[in-house]
Design a protein around this ligand. Structure first.
Ligand code: ADP
Ligand code: MG
Ligand code: MG
Length: 928
């Protein structure tokens, strides 16, 4: 706004007499509270008259070293006059005194973080007048006592407890329990003593001049913007880009003037389930903060219809007006002063996921909003909540958490504590619900993790093994709860001086990270018709396909029921962790290792006698290797058959073995001994092999396609299992089977070329054996793009690939150069410092890793313009990342089963966002 010379900028905006100088769109200038007070005034609702000092003043105040800008004082006084005219009261007058509140309110709501001062303008003169007018001495003295306390605390920093102690002293003296039991004479004593406390702490007299009270309160509210807790709150909630708080100066109305007065808070719809009905609570004869303070138990809003029916009807009318105006559910504060209803605040109401979905759909039906708006209003957190069981909110309110970790995988779990994976399996098989408590988890624990209802770890971040695996299953997990000390040997857990042992009951909340002692009731949320409607609308809009990451028929089925259109990542290694298979696989590894070793020695030997002896050993070892392979084949085939059947013709991307072999070998002695027995290899030798396979940096070690290149027999058996299973299922079900064999961790095109050639040989062999035509199974062979080298040479890689799938976890790890397992140690600080906006393992680093992806897409499609490209990392279920993938032109995203609906919605939102960006650009273009 250009400012005329000699005139000051507009700092103060009036809302009085049915007209306001602002409206709801001016949140950045007036703050949320002020903008909505203005809007409601314009709507003709009864709002106590007042004015708002703009948020910019807050900024200037700090720039000037805590001083008001020139011109502000005059603007305040001019507006004060307007209010006096409308209310026919006078500030600082003792005939008909105007009393005021000074209220904070920034553009983004920060509930309870900043300050408010009520009853400004009270002094001995106006107090007497108030008593005369209301004929209510108790009310007047109580208001004065509250004022001194609030002013002392908020404006002058007198410690809260000093007043509270004093109040208690007086109550004790007269044998009273509650504040409201004090009569006016006792309150006069409190006031007297409060003033003394005030003087002692501030070395000043309590100010009696209303103007002085008002000015000091305004400055104090400006300063509440920068208290430690307000700064911390903005940091935690990632609130950026605000200049400061607005300050609202408003005529006081009193809910504590008797039985026809009261105060309350309500929602225009039920925030828990979305029911289209006024929801809230109130207190008769009370002031605003009493409802929230919990001194008295509030009454459900329906009761107001009996006590003050006229006001109740009016509230219902206002509910309609506000919803029609804001086109969203509102959360409002009201006060009734002797039968007259005033609205003191409104804002968009917070709600549960289920409520969000129901409200959005209902509002479309009411034609308040469009389908597209409804889709944009629902967040991933909303859907996440609906898809996981939650703790009963009422029970949760009364529970104090034991400690807190990271909200690694959402949901709620209650179970008995166990301290190792075998116990988890054993107990679960006996029908018990268990929470697996570990320092951290490793692939060995997977079977036990699967059987547990929840997982708790004391170390590890959001992408630790426990977190990633649990999210994959949609299982509740709290990771990295640092205060917990777990002793797995003793089967004991210590936290904050308490000791827990095996069998004790724990409740963990994977949505918040809180851990509770004992049982908390859970409520499961079913898939409502409203939820299905959201999915249907999304399907009609989206361009991206959504697949799932699943390793078993059960997970696949769950994902398909939630809308998945195939599998984007089937990790075959998880299939080896089941107990019966693990032992076969361990044998396989040992004999594979031994035969590889002997082969290389044989190549170097020259003496025939040595050679003959060794060849004998080789043939023995190799036989065992082959035997283990052939035992594994039918088991893998069974897995794939189950998955193919469940998919009913939809595609499945199956990744060949990825993790390094040593992850499968036992760490404890007992299991090593058992392995020695079944293999006839000496314990010594086994330990030697284990230590030889050990890697310093396994993430960059002997894994992925590197395994398949050095141990091709293992890949062969996997490819064979996939194709044989595909043929069998296709024959039996007469439905198509679309296997997509994915070679992991390719960095150089030759790796893919070699792996592919080998796989093709196996496949044609299987076709011949099974007597089917070459094209009977329409298979594809492709690769993951998860190594930066592959991304920047994607044109070369594409020549040998039928598809690309971005493994964004590894791509982030290798592209940014920090390990998924260790980054937790510094990432938090990085995010605090703003180096990264968000954890790049959760939300794609679009500028960096996104660029690698864009390069790979461009190069890949230059070579093959129809190359199918998807993504299968954690990011496939993250909305922000999905918006990017949509724009980048991917064909599909893949994510864990429970995130499928989130990805479906986000894919639709991506289209809407893209459209709105395009139309904005067009408009801007026209303007030029
Ligand atoms: P917060 O943002 O923390 O809710 P508010 O500014 O809304 O703070 O005020 C705190 C309490 O004081 C609320 O209960 C509100 O209703 C009450 N209050 C604020 N201004 C007035 C007023 N002018 N008359 C009566 N009550 C008020
Ligand atoms: Mg409020
Ligand atoms: Mg990988």
């Amino acid at each position: 706004m250009p400012v005329k010379k000699g005139k000051f900028k507009k700092y103060v905006y009036c809302f009085a007499g049915g007209k306001a100088e602002g409206d709801a769109s001016m949140k950045m200038i007036l703050g949320g509270k002020g903008a909505n007070l203005a809007e409601m005034t314009n709507l003709g609702l009864s709002i106590p008259p007042g004015f708002t000092i703009s948020a910019e003043v807050c900024k200037i105040y700090y720039e000037l070293g805590k001083k008001w800008p020139k011109g502000l004082e005059k603007q305040i006084n001019d507006n004060l006059k307007k209010i006096e005219k409308v209310t026919k009261k006078k500030f600082g007058d003792f005939e008909n005194p105007l009393l005021l509140s000074v209220r904070s309110g920034a553009a983004v709501s920060m509930p309870g973080m900043m300050d408010t001062v009520l009853n400004i303008g009270l002094n001995p003169d106006s107090l007497n007048r108030l008593i005369e007018k209301t004929d209510n001495e108790r009310f007047a003295w109580d208001s004065y006592r509250r004022f001194i306390q609030m002013f002392g605390d908020v404006v002058m920093g007198v410690p809260h407890f000093a007043f509270e102690n004093e109040l208690k002293k007086v109550k004790d003296k007269y044998g009273k329990q509650l504040d409201i039991e004090l009569n006016y004479e006792e309150l006069i004593e409190v006031v007297k003593n409060y003033k003394k406390i005030y003087e002692r702490f501030t070395k000043e007299k309590f100010p009696e001049k209303p103007k002085e009270q008002l000015y000091k309160a305004i400055s104090a509210v400006l300063e509440s913007w920068n208290t430690d807790r307000a700064i911390k709150y903005r940091e935690i909630n990632n609130i950026k880009g605000l200049v400061g708080t607005g300050v609202n100066v408003q005529t006081m109305v009193y809910g504590n003037m008797g039985e026809s007065s009261g105060t309350g808070v309500c929602f225009t719809r039920d925030p828990a389930n979305g029911e289209n009905k006024l929801h809230g609570e109130f207190l008769i004869n009370a002031q605003g903060e009493d409802v929230v303070a919990g001194i008295r138990t509030p009454i459900p809003i329906d009761e107001l219809n009996k006590l003050l029916p006229k006001n109740y009807k009016e509230l219902q009318r206002i509910r309609k007006i506000l919803e029609n105006n804001y086109r969203d559910m509102q959360d409002l504060e009201f006060t009734i002063e002797e039968g007259k209803l005033y609205i003191l605040q409104t804002r968009t109401g917070k709600r549960t996921g289920a409520s969000a979905v129901k409200i959005a759909i209902d509002m479309v039906k009411q034609r308040l909003i469009t389908k597209n708006e409804a889709l944009m209003r629902i967040t991933d957190d909303d859907l996440d909540q609906i898809l996981h069981p939650q703790f009963d909110t009422k029970e949760l309110k009364n529970k104090k958490p034991l400690t807190r970790g990271l909200p690694a995988s959402p949901g709620a779990a209650v179970g008995q504590m166990v301290f190792n994976a075998e116990d988890a399996e054993k107990w679960a098989d006996l029908g018990k619900k268990v929470i697996l408590c570990r320092r951290e988890t490793s692939p060995e624990d997977v079977a036990g993790m699967h059987k547990a209802v929840g997982i708790l770890t004391s170390v590890g971040g959001m992408t630790s093994h426990a977190a990633v695996v649990a999210r994959g299953w949609g299982k509740c997990c709290v990771s990295g709860a640092g205060e917990i000390d777990i002793d797995a040997e003793k089967k004991e857990m210590k936290v904050n001086g308490k000791i827990f042992s095996e069998g004790d009951i724990l409740s963990i909340n994977g949505s918040t990270g809180y851990v509770y002692q004992g049982e908390i009731k859970t409520v499961s949320s079913s898939l409502s018709p409203e939820f299905k409607m959201i999915m249907k609308w999304s399907d009609n809009l989206r361009k991206l396909k959504v697949r799932t990451n699943a390793d078993s028929p059960e997970d696949t089925l769950r994902a398909v029921q939630l809308g998945a259109e195939g599998i984007g990542l089937c990790r075959t290694e998880h299939m080896f962790f089941a107990e019966s298979r693990l032992s076969i696989f361990r044998r396989l590894i040992l004999f594979a290792y031994e035969s590889r070793r002997i082969e290389s020695v044989l190549q170097r030997l020259s003496s025939d006698s040595e050679r003959i002896a060794l060849e004998k050993e080789y043939s023995k070892v190799n036989k065992e290797y082959k035997k283990a392979l052939s035992e594994l084949l039918p088991l893998q085939k069974r897995d794939f058959r189950g998955i193919f059947k469940t998919l009913k013709g939809m595609p499945a991307t199956i990744r060949l073995l990825d993790p390094p072999l040593h992850e499968f070998l036992p760490k404890n002695l007992q299991e090593q001994e058992e392995l020695a027995e079944v293999t006839n290899i000496s314990l010594d030798r086994i330990q030697h092999i284990i230590s030889d396979l050990h890697e310093l940096n396994p993430m960059l070690g002997h894994r992925g396609c590197r395994l398949g290149i050095t141990y091709p027999e293992i890949s062969d058996i996997q490819v064979r299992a996939i194709i044989e299973a595909a043929i069998e299922v296709k024959r039996k079900t007469r439905k198509n089977v679309l296997p997509e064999i994915m070679i992991p961790l390719v960095g150089h095109y030759k790796e893919l070329q070699l792996s592919r050639e080998r796989a093709e040989i196996v496949i044609s062999k299987v076709f011949t054996e099974k007597k089917v035509k070459k094209g009977y199974i329409n298979y594809k062979i492709g690769t993951m793009i998860e190594i930066p080298r592959a991304a920047v040479t994607a044109d070369e890689v594409a020549e040998f690939a039928d598809f690309f799938s971005f493994g964004t976890n590894d791509l982030t790890q290798m592209g940014a150069g920090f390990s998924r397992d260790d980054a937790g140690k510094f990432l938090d600080e990085y995010i605090e410092l703003g180096i990264y906006d968000k954890d790049p393992f959760q939300s794609l680093d679009i500028e960096g890793i996104g660029k690698l992806i864009s390069i790979a897409i461009e190069l890949g499609r230059k070579k093959k313009n129809k190359l199918k490209i998807g993504v299968c990392g954690e990011h496939g279920g993250d909305p922000k990342s999905i918006y990017f993938f949509n724009k980048a032109g991917l064909d599909y995203v893949s994510c864990s089963p429970l995130r499928v609906p989130i990805a479906i919605l986000a894919s639709a939102q991506a289209v809407l966002i893209q459209k709105s960006i395009v139309s904005k650009k067009k408009k801007a273009g026209k303007k030029k």
